[in-house]
Structures are given as C-alpha cells and as structure tokens.
Design a protein around this ligand. Structure first.
Ligand SMILES: NC(=O)c1ccc[n+]([C@@H]2O[C@H](COP(=O)([O-])OP(=O)(O)OC[C@H]3O[C@@H](n4cnc5c(N)ncnc54)[C@H](O)[C@@H]3O)[C@@H](O)[C@H]2O)c1
Length: 318
C-alpha cells in the first residue's frame, strides 16, 4: 500500500500514520503544519514514513508532491478544524476544506487511488435535541457553522466523483474524537482543556448548565475505522457507499466528562460556571450501526479507559 495521509502531522492523522507504518505501508504525510506538529510523527518517521510540508489548497504545489509519490490510497484528514475560525473567516475555511478536498479528489482520480475522507458527524447534523438520538446517516444535515457546511460540501464532492468517475471513496463522519496528541482547538477540545486544568489545579470552566452532550470516540477506534473503510474500498471499490458514522451512539454530558476525568486523574474537579456559549449544539450522538454492518467496525474503547489513557498521555506530553 502506498498511502498518502493529508493532515498526517495532526492529532488523528499522526495516530493513523503510526498504524499504517506498523502495517508495512509506504506512507507519505502532506501537512502544512498549521496546527499539526512534526513531533507527532516522530515514531512514524522513524519507521519509514515521510513528511512533506505542503498545502492541500494550493493545487500546483500539492499536485507535484502527490504525483511524485503516486499513492494508491489517500486518507484525507487535512482541514481547517477550528469552528470559531470558520465563523470568523468562512472564506479561509472553505478554501482549505472545500478547495483542498477537490484537489485531493483530482489527485485520487489521476492515480486511481481510493479515498477515505475524514468528515464530521458532530458538525454536519446540527442540533440533536428533539430528533431521536442517536442520529443515523439518513438524518437531515443541518450544519450550524461554516465548518459543518464546508465538511458537508466535501462529502458532496466525494459523492460526485464516485458517480462521475467511479472513484472508490468513502466519507466517515467522526464523533468528538479524543485521545493522545489532541489539542484544545478540535471538536472534542474540552477533553484536552479539562486535562490541562486538572493538572494545573485550575477550576474547570463549564458553559451553561453542563448538561450539553457529545458523542466521544477514542482516537484508536477512529484509526481502526479508517483502516476498516480502506479494506472495504480495497475489496468492494466504488461499491462502498457511505457516509458512515464513526461514534458510539452514547451521549455524555460535560458534567459527566468532568467527573470521569476527575476519577481518571485522581483530582476532585472544582467547576466554574459561565454563561452558555452561542452557536453550540445542546445535544448530539451518532448511530454507528451502518459502520458495524458494512465496515465491520465498532468502537472498542470505553470512555473511562480512553479518558485515563488520554490524561496520562497528555500529562507526559508537557
Ligand atoms: N478531532 C475531532 O473531534 C474531529 C471530529 C470530526 C472530524 N474531524 C476531522 O478529522 C480530521 C483531522 O482532525 P484533527 O482533530 O486531527 O485536527 P488537527 O488540527 O490535529 O489535524 C489537521 C491537520 O491538517 C493540517 N492542515 C490544516 N490545513 C492544511 C492545509 N491547507 N494543507 C495541509 N495540511 C493542513 C494541520 O496542520 C493538521 O496537522 C479533520 O479533517 C477534521 O475535520 C475531527
């Protein structure tokens, strides 16, 4: 396997690059290091992966890098992932998440490479309250931010390339991913923020009543979903449809998360309540039944175990 991993210096991408190299794949990471870190790839680079600094949204430069490598698989994780930045500069968000994805799809077409696209459940479905959670893939897409709209547009282009050109590609809608190497800026940033505050003894800031829920999924499980999707594409090609939810179907509130992290770190958390933030959904969880049925994937790491591993890893990081 010659695997191109865009955004591979980031949180999820670097965990994926580790697994791909461990399986003997030739791995090229293309990343502009805007939020990713070279250190995230220390292990993968030692095991033979390569990193080229490049921007997926700048076609000629990106094309040259890809064409020289000649991938047969592309895992597209590079993205502008900061929801607040997307609201402040939706044009920049679209340039990276839409134009960047089109450049990846064009590259996949040239090389007849299969594509696994990192999409998002948390930001595409919108508010889950009153909609019968967990939501499956047939639920209406009602993004509430430019980031959700740009990721959904990426899915629409992927689907277009499947129908127009027979591209083998699938979109995975991740829940709120947490785990080693995560930063505070991503969709499950609260886990990293709480871990940091618990280490320094600061109070945990809770916005609103703390009853708002998310579907937290451990990064190793997300990596195994990417690998399961790749295997399905290898055996069934453009017959693999999607999008597929990659979550647990379980809602966890911020207050419960604080309690679990307190238990995982042995610190009794003190909470500091702030007014609710606008533009954040109240409740969401996503139904993983279709991924189980079609990809044979299921999240294996319980929240308590995953949070304990995350807290330990983040403590070792800094
Ligand atoms: N973390 C989550 O909870 C979550 C949830 C749903 C979906 N996702 C998706 O998963 C993917 C990975 O997210 P992550 O949490 O690892 O975030 P991350 O910020 O750690 O990783 C994104 C990577 O993309 C790189 N990048 C950004 N713009 C680029 C560009 N123009 N060209 C090349 N590289 C670029 C960054 O430097 C970074 O290494 C993203 O596509 C994101 O939308 C993440």
């Amino acid at each position: 396997m010659r695997a191109l991993v865009t955004g591979g210096a980031g949180f999820i991408g670097s965990n994926l690059a580790d697994q791909l190299t461990a399986r003997g794949a030739e791995v090229l990471v293309v990343d502009n290091l805007s939020t990713g870190r070279r250190e995230n790839l220390d292990e993968a680079l030692e095991s033979g992966a390569a990193l080229v600094e490049g921007d997926v949204a700048v076609a000629p430069e990106f094309d040259e890098i890809v064409d020289e490598f000649g991938p047969d698989r592309i895992f597209h994780l590079a993205a502008q992932v900061d929801v607040r930045k997307a609201v402040a500069d939706p044009g920049l968000d679209a340039r990276i998440n839409v134009v960047g994805t089109i450049n990846v799809l064009e590259a996949a077409r040239r090389h007849e490479a299969a594509v696994v696209f990192a999409s998002t459940g948390g930001a595409i479905y919108g508010e889950g309250s009153g909609r019968g959670l967990p939501l499956d893939e047939k639920a209406a897409s009602l993004p509430e931010t430019p980031y959700g709209a740009s990721k959904l547009t990426g899915e629409i282009y992927l689907d277009l390339y499947r129908r127009l050109y027979g591209l083998a590609g699938v979109a995975l809608r991740f829940g709120n991913v947490y785990g080693p190497r995560q930063d505070p800026h991503g969709e499950a940033g609260v886990v990293a923020i709480f871990c940091g505050l618990l280490r320094t003894g600061g109070p945990l800031r809770v916005f609103g009543d703390g009853e708002q829920t998310r579907d937290y999924v451990f990064v190793a499980d997300v990596v195994s979903a990417c690998l399961a999707a790749e295997e399905a594409l290898s055996s069934r090609g453009s017959g693999v449809d999607g999008p597929y939810n990659v979550g647990t179907g379980i809602e966890t509130s911020v207050l419960e998360l604080a309690r679990l992290l307190g238990a995982a770190t042995g610190v009794d958390p003190s909470l500091e309540h702030h007014p609710a933030r606008t533009g954040e959904v109240d409740r969401i969880s996503i139904d993983p039944s279709a991924s189980r049925r079609d990809l044979g994937w299921v999240a294996e790491t319980g929240l308590e175990t995953g949070l304990a591993r995350t807290a330990a890893a983040l403590a070792g990081d800094r």
